[in-house]
Design a binder for this molecule. Structure first.
Ligand code: SF4
Length: 344
């Protein structure tokens, strides 16, 4: 490495905010490559070569929230809405199980028409019939609901904080508060969920300082999973004219997050694959160790439209895991054959 300062930072055990901003601000091609190389080393040391597949079912695109960046926001009247029935969800779980994927991610907007009891029954049936690990990604729900779902057998909860900057959080979430989001994350962790959070890279007004805080917040929450995904604008939202996230900043953020968070599961997101061709493979090479094949069936999958240009929405969902397995092996990694639970 040419820059002795870079070398000493990359090899530190603990990182402060200044170190993180320094790593995020690298622009020299060789230095950025060194950052990626180090992230890949840390991934290998703490997570091994396995890439864990999580089969995702986006079972409802109704949402009561009005996040400025999201195509699912309640005030987007242009989006055709859908809700999957329990039988449809379970039939999709069956496909995930048959594909030898060990985790199902049940994701929706904040849709309270799916009651506490409905979700609990669903969790119990999936556990009983398929024995899969279950990740819930249902937005901010009640503390009683979280507890009941944990007791029903759910393993993990994904609730991204999106931005650790209080002002920015409030601006993009219709005046809601970051403190409240953090309360939910702390509670979820306290009742035994493996918890995932993370940010959106490229929000208007976001600074490297904010991204450093995002990574440090994931660290302080002892996140088992952390997702750093690029902003891509969605039509019919207030942010429709904002530019997409910068590819290099997205990859640098993932790499820095790996170096700082060490053993957290970090997905290479579908949004990254939508931002740049081969994005998911690239993400796996800069620190990620999780990919989430989309099993949402037709005709619904094209309408889970958080942003424009999402890849694979017209593909046969049953072909997704085979395609991803091929891509994973083509970069010299292997598909995990375990539940891929928290490494903490
Ligand atoms: S980001 Fe989540 S909570 Fe916000 S509008 Fe979209 S689906 Fe709803």
């Amino acid at each position: 490495m040419k820059n002795p300062n870079l070398n000493s930072v990359l090899n530190k055990e603990e990182f402060d905010k200044r170190d993180i901003i320094y790593m995020l601000s690298l622009t020299d091609k060789n230095e950025v490559e060194n950052l990626y190389y180090r992230a890949n080393e840390v991934r290998k040391e703490f997570c091994g070569d396995d890439v864990h597949l999580r089969g995702i079912i986006e079972f409802s695109n109704y949402c009561e929230q009005d996040c400025l960046y999201c195509g699912l926001r309640i005030s987007n009247d242009a989006l055709p809405r859908y809700r999957m029935t329990k039988d449809e969800i379970l039939a999709t779980v069956e496909h995930i199980h048959k594909a030898k994927i060990f985790t199902v991610v049940l994701q929706s907007g904040e849709d309270f028409s799916y009651t506490k009891e409905f979700i609990s029954d669903l969790i119990r049936e999936i556990k009983l019939n398929y024995g899969l690990a279950i990740t819930l990604s249902l937005g901010e729900r009640g503390f009683e609901e979280y507890l009941e779902w944990k007791n029903a057998g759910a393993d993990r909860y994904l609730l991204k904080h999106e931005s650790a900057n209080k002002k920015l959080y409030s601006a993009i979430h219709n005046k809601q508060s970051l403190d409240e989001r953090i309360k939910h994350l702390v509670y979820l962790k306290s009742i035994g969920f493996q918890v995932g959070s993370g940010n959106i890279i490229g929000l208007p007004g976001q600074t490297p300082d904010d991204i450093a805080d995002d990574i440090l917040l994931c660290k302080s929450l002892i996140n088992d999973m952390a997702s750093f995904s690029p902003f891509i604008p969605s039509n019919d939202t207030p942010l429709c004219n904002v530019s997409k996230a910068d590819v290099q900043l997205t990859l640098k953020t993932m790499a820095v997050a790996r170096i700082v968070l060490k053993d957290a599961h970090i997905p290479s997101t579908t949004a990254l694959g939508s931002l740049i061709e081969g994005g998911r493979e690239k993400g796996l090479e800069v620190g990620a160790n999780v990919v989430m094949p989309n099993y949402t069936p037709n005709p619904y999958r094209q309408n889970y439209k958080i942003y424009e240009g999402k890849i694979c929405v017209t593909d046969d969902p049953l072909a997704c895991s085979g395609c991803l397995k091929f891509k994973i092996e083509s970069i010299g990694r292997k598909v995990g054959e375990s539940f891929g639970h928290s490494l903490k």
